[in-house]
Design a protein around this ligand. Structure first.
Ligand code: AMP
Length: 248
């Protein structure tokens, strides 16, 4: 069974995003860029399934600029076998990413597609669900446990009320949550080895997918700056203040 793992190149979770002065988006020049943290968890899960003898091959795929090749090398260093870069210097919306993944899934016929539950740059949380719909395959989202059993996969999902386990017939789509696993660090020898693993580059046009944007960003703005707090002398002053504000 092959496993396809889509990985996105995003602003590092430690970096502070800066809004472009014209409000048209987030300025990503000179900002640390990394693999989307949920996608690292997805790669880790796929590699573990390969180490357990359940998967035969792990294929990492990224839709993004030529530099997304570096993100794919990280996935290869963690243990993916080969990588596919669908190069686009323009941002690609989740629906277009899902359409690209559908074409690749038709070509590769993976038993599982394991995605992150969301990319931390746009927080869309859409791609996996859209892919499942396009492929007409079952989906298990927000996975905190994944267990392959014969021709099915058991996915334990983090939901509001606790945990829910669903059984999906393979092939299936899984999106992963934070608690699924702790991704490994790529060792230096594996980083070196990753350099010679196969990475092919294609474009959306090669796959016959139209990636023209469907959404218009009207405005991106910083959250309002927090006003400073005040210190009150005692509880009576606090109660009086709350009364003044009409909240007590
Ligand atoms: P999103 O729907 O944008 O929040 O992304 C959910 C998941 O879809 C991510 O964690 C990735 O696994 C995958 N994904 C989204 N965008 C891309 C992309 N440009 N390239 C590869 N995978 C992506």
């Amino acid at each position: 069974m092959k496993i396809l793992v889509p990985v996105k190149r995003v602003i590092d979770y430690n970096a502070r995003p800066r809004v472009k002065p014209d409000g048209s988006g987030v300025d990503i020049s000179n900002v640390k860029i990394s693999i989307n943290p949920f996608d690292e968890i997805a790669i880790e899960e796929a590699v573990r399934l390969k180490e357990m003898g359940i998967a035969s091959e792990v294929i990492a795929v990224s839709v993004g600029p030529v530099k997304a090749g570096e993100t794919l090398r990280t996935a290869l260093a963690m243990g993916a076998d080969r990588a596919i870069l669908i190069q686009s210097e323009e941002a690609v919306e989740p629906l277009a990413v899902a359409k690209i993944l559908k074409v690749l899934a038709d070509e590769e016929q993976p038993g599982l597609v394991i995605l992150g539950k969301q990319a931390i740059d746009d927080d869309c949380n859409q791609t996996g669900q859209m892919l499942a719909a396009l492929m007409g395959r079952p989906q298990g989202t927000f996975a905190s446990l994944v267990k392959v059993e014969g021709d099915a996969v058991l996915v334990t999902r983090e939901i509001d009320g606790g945990l829910e386990t669903v059984k999906l017939a393979l092939p299936a789509i899984v999106t992963v949550d934070l608690r699924l696993n702790e991704p490994r660090y790529a060792s230096l020898p594996n980083i070196m080895k990753a350099r010679s693993k196969p990475l092919v580059t294609k474009t959306a046009a090669d796959l016959g997918v139209d990636i023209a944007p469907r959404l218009v960003t009207l405005k991106v703005a910083e959250p309002p700056a927090r006003g400073g707090g005040i210190k009150l002398a005692d509880v009576d002053a606090l109660v009086a203040r709350l009364k003044d504000m009409g909240v007590a």
